[in-house]
Design a protein around this ligand. Sequence first.
Ligand code: SF4
Length: 251
Amino acid sequence: MVYDPVLLSKSIQRLVISGSQRKYYRFRGGRWYGGIATADCVGCNLRCVFCWGSYARDNPARKGRFYTPSQVFRRLDKIARKRRYRFLRISGNEPTISRDHLLSLLEFIEYTNYTFILETNGILIGYDKTYAKALSKFRNLHVRVSIKGATPEEFSKLTGAIPEAFELQLQSLRNLLDYGVSVHPAVMLSFSSRKGIDYLVTRLNDVDREMVEELEEEYVFLYPHVVEQLRKAGIWPKKAFEPDNIPGEYI
Ligand code: SF4
């Protein structure tokens, strides 16, 4: 049954947020972005069939434990100092569903030399323009909106969400640009047709020409559990990467 990701956010929030705390299941270093300290959070408002973090996503009550923004900052800072990283991020599931927690974490990062990369599906920033406004206060922030599929139909097929929610991802780009937040789009293209990609490029061009120029292509990584998920859903990528090709990710 299709779902509305904005409504789903509310039920997941109850499981992964407690006061200012958010659930996380792992802290790690990695070579993405030339070196980045990463906190893997629990809970998402989408259900992508290609999700590598699906266990945490589907078991929010069982996976991880609660951390305050200060504790998360200290863990990230420790990893980044040790490995001389300039970048920090939250990954694993969706960072934006815990708005207050995320904004508090950004306060800690604001007076450092780190840049925080906010990797998001964009749903909540597209739904509520005040989210983009709140993010615009932070200098050390870059947002990467990861669009799930090239068209509303493909988005719905890949995520199981209502096709209308595809628009929220594009709206998040508009909202962030309107408030002067540094942003670029990425898109999962493993399952897209040429026609679909052309559609997305036209839509991004309507948002801003720069969004087309800065579009980052994403392709699914075929971890064994992801292969299983794709098989079950009867969906197979036109293009994908073997996990061995991941550029040096490590825990
Ligand atoms: S948005 Fe990201 S974390 Fe959420 S289901 Fe999709 S791939 Fe997984």
